[in-house]
Design a protein. Structure first.
Length: 368
């Protein structure tokens, strides 16, 4: 039986029938459905990302390589033209700006030849630009947080900068909480107040949920321990299942652990259904916890695919959206390539080159 089939059996066995359900059972069914819907959506987003990467590699990447080669040809042609006489001061400035703009992405990616050309014609070297931007970023963040960052933070690295910012926010929150806790302790009456019944119930349910999860995991660990298996094939199977069980337990994934019980022949549909009746509150707490985690994982997966492929930040993600995005990328790249090919053919003529420089700056003036 395939893993997907075990998943379907698990969900079917856990779900209460639709007749005469209590409010708690109805909530359990809703959480079960929500968890499955979120898991399917995450898998669909990941599948779409994989398929889009393959299409990008086949249809878009070759065009990007061709465009990049033409951009570097243009940088070299501009460098060659700037070394010759015949250009006014304004025309030289315009040509240098275009050259530096085209060379910068390749230089930042490690192309030393492009870095040398950029630095030879730019008002500042790339190192100087990055140093200036890092200092400006550091000044801004220190002003926001009201304190100095350590010298070990690399402000030219966005990830390091983000980690440092988050760490400062965490410390500030802890300091604020410690201050509040101290004030609360001073203000609190001497007599200890009893916990509200609602809080006691929530704590008891959380403990029951952890106990239920631990029980299921221990049953799996006992049955699947590979060291107790002499047959090499069976040992390999149990090792793989045990690895899945450890991962599911770490993320407190009730459904995954129950599916593994079915796969390991440690339970059947009736056993799973009985567990749902006997441990309704505990399993509901686990499902709620897991559904919240899946919701966050889905948001991260969708944001990653938007960032990776340049989709709108809040736009829908679907097969149709991704297909249109690839088609748009192809069209834009093909247009850019044809324009650069034409430019590289024609601007070797001095009069055409000067007219081309004016045209490159015209859109900015028109927009202004």
């Amino acid at each position: 039986m395939q893993a997907a089939t075990f998943a379907a059996v698990t969900v079917t066995a856990l779900r209460f029938s639709e007749r005469g359900l209590s409010a708690a059972q109805q909530r359990f069914n809703r959480l079960l459905e929500r968890s499955e819907t979120l898991a399917r959506r995450i898998a669909a987003v990941q599948d779409m990302a994989d398929a889009h990467r393959r299409q990008h590699a086949q249809k878009v990447y070759p065009l990007e390589v061709r465009r990049d080669a033409l951009m570097q040809d243009m940088v070299r042609l501009l460098d060659e033209r700037l070394r010759k006489p015949g250009l006014s001061r304004t025309q030289k400035r315009q040509a240098r700006e275009i050259l530096c703009e085209l060379a910068a992405p390749f230089a930042l990616a490690g192309d030393e030849a492009m870095r040398e050309l950029h630095d030879a014609h730019g008002e500042q070297s790339l190192d100087e630009q990055q140093r200036f931007e890092a200092e400006a970023t550091q000044d801004f963040l220190e002003d926001v947080f009201g304190q100095k960052f350590g010298e070990d933070v690399d402000f030219s690295d966005p990830e390091a900068m983000l980690r440092a910012s988050m760490e400062h926010m965490r410390r500030a929150a802890q300091a604020g909480q410690a201050t509040q806790d101290g004030q609360d302790a001073r203000d609190k009456p001497k007599a200890r107040r009893a916990k509200p019944a609602r809080l006691k119930k929530a704590e008891a349910e959380a403990q029951d949920a952890s106990a239920a999860l631990r029980t299921i995991f221990r049953q799996l660990a006992s049955a699947l321990h590979p060291d107790r298996e002499t047959d090499p094939v069976e040992r390999a199977r149990k090792t793989a299942l045990m690895s899945e069980a450890n991962a599911a337990y770490d993320r407190r994934d009730l459904l995954a652990l129950l599916q593994l019980q079915l796969r390991a022949d440690l339970a059947n549909g009736q056993t799973v259904a009985k567990l749902a009746h006997d441990k309704l509150a505990a399993l509901t707490a686990l499902l709620k916890e897991r559904a919240d985690v899946l919701q966050r994982e889905l948001a991260v997966a969708e944001q990653q695919i938007r960032m990776e492929f340049g989709l709108l930040r809040f736009g829908a993600i679907s097969e149709g959206v991704l297909r249109r995005h690839i088609a748009d990328q192809q069209s834009e790249l093909q247009f850019d390539i044809s324009q650069m090919q034409r430019d590289l053919r024609t601007i070797r003529d001095d009069a055409v080159f000067k007219r081309w420089l004016r045209e490159q700056h015209r859109p900015a003036r028109d927009a202004f």
